[in-house]
Unconditional design. Sequence first.
Length: 728
Amino acid sequence: MDMHPELESERAYIENAYRRLDEIRSQLRATLREAYALERGGTPQSRAERDVIVRVTLERLDRLDFGDLALCFGRIDRLAEGDRPSEHFYIGRLAVAARDMEPLVVDWRAPIAEPFYRATGRDPMGLSLRRHFELHHGELVGIEDEAFDGSGRVDGGPVLAGPGALFYAIEQSRTGHMGDIVATIQAEQDEIIRAPLAGVTVVQGGPGTGKTAVALHRAAYLLYTYRNRLERQKVMVVAPSRSFAKYIDRVLPSLGETGVEITTIPALIDPSVTLREQGDGEARLKADRRMVSVIAKAVTDRERPLGRDVTFYLGSVQLTVTREMSRAAIRKARRRPGTHNERRRYLESVLVTQLAMGYLSLAERLREAHEPQEVAAELTRADFGEFADADADADDAVKEAGKAIRSLPEFQRALERIWPRLSPRQLLQDVYSHHALAVLAGRGVLTDAEIALLVESYRPGTFARSDLPLLDEAAVLLGPLRKKGESELQRFGHIVVDEAQEISYMEARVLGRRSISSSMTLVGDLAQTTSVHGQRDWERITAPMREAVEKWSYHKLTVNYRTPREISDLAYRLCDTDDLDLEPTVAIRSTGVYPMVAEVREQLVEALTSAAVNEAAAIEEGLVGVILPGGAPQEATERILAGCSGVPEGVRVEVLRIDDAKGLEFDSVIVGSPTRLLSEPQAAKAALFTAATRATRRLTLLFEARERSTMAAWGMLYPLGEAGSASA
């Protein structure tokens, strides 16, 4: 951005906007001090009003806290139209008004700001000028103008808004945290961000297209546009991993939105579960939609009549719960609405009332009998099912007798045999640890080998990642253990799911039941599906999530802003775009640095360590990512990090597996054993595609001799003499 003739006047305008923002903050802090200074007493109404003032003021202060990020990043000039004069608006991350309420800065999400992102030479949307600002720590240092002359001229390639600002932002070194793109949103991204709230919005985007940033900015836009609804119903962002959740956690606060919950599927279901490693076969089976039937059958299998009559004493009277009584009570309970544990309480009341009324009737006969021994013998044979209807109002005597019966350990043991109170963990552990229960639950649904696999997966006290959706499925059927309302699912007005192509059918059901009205944004790339239960078809991905809507909207991001063309061209050799009905994205950057593809002659860990040190020196500032195969031992990570302890101060080296690398960005990426990142061949190919495209500047692939044939088959070995091919 060259020196601009209006630089000083624009600088003065922005400084004035910052001063006004500081005034607003000061006023809010004064309001807060006054509220805190109020006496603790007062009427309930006055205390409630004070609490509202404090809450609202703190929320407004939170929204105004965006650190040293730019308040204002652009301006649009609108053409005169009819009686309306020409006018201009300054666009920023939040709205700031002067004392007379004239807008100094317009929130980027406001409708008036839309042309800042959407206008093109072909469709200027009423603009004569779009201006981008470059600010450093709040001071304007550069201006980039785009004039719309009405010619409709469009050059070849993607049409970019503010290309100077865009390329400047892209070429910054990585910090380990995603930054917002609010100043450089492009037209195809803005169309998705401003899509309607209702329904399921699907975003297919290849590497570097900004799909994650688009999804997060969409969350901020929806909160702005539908604030009354979504502040009450909440918005949730589901990240593919904890490392990714940490990577994106600053984006929404930088946009003034601090109330969004960012989580992962394991944390959403039950963060207290101890997770263990799982094999591909186990993960694939437990993610299968047939497990819905297996879990449902496992629950109903535990609602079973007694195998034989159970007798016990209340005082001198012998009571009997017969097989037929238990069978009839189960039939009644199953006709009732509610969950398993809720209906257990009804079944208990059926049996207790029958026994109590029978007890009172027979006890009375016993007291009146002239030959007590004969009546006592009759009592032991009585079928109490004929004495009472559980729906009838019980008098005080029946209630007292019922209370006594409920307290009998023998009755409670019988009740547990008929209809046990179950937690989700207990249900799954029982199925896995008892072959007979696994056979009952899986009969007619799973094969014998699959049933055996469920039993073999049993590890006392721990669960696999693929068990978590099954626990959630069981929780819905079982309900709270004790009282209604306990552990009820939190539901959200809008859910954003990143890397949605990795969501299994069972995980999709988890998300679907947490949506209030099937309002979701799903972003991902079918070409980057690496999990054994992942999907390569958006219709199948969305099906379990859209119970409330018949259709879903589909959007594609086509421009790769992040990945250099040299790396993108190599990576797309791995991608079966025809099979997936996808087109390679258009990379708009070129660095002139080709990927290094080398066969290692030494131990892989030593080669990776040496490469990481070299890359740290080459980039001088930023992040180096070393991506290892999924089965690599922790010792390898520790050795590489130990060997990189002397890298330049401005560089950080991270060592991670492909599951943790998804969605992240590094200035330089080094991939060890590139054909063996995952064990399943198709998934391994997609994993390398994903790993390679994490790089924003440089890429190194280090393969072993045993991988040469696969590397050649995948098109990863350059033709002889071409840049990038080497041995190490």
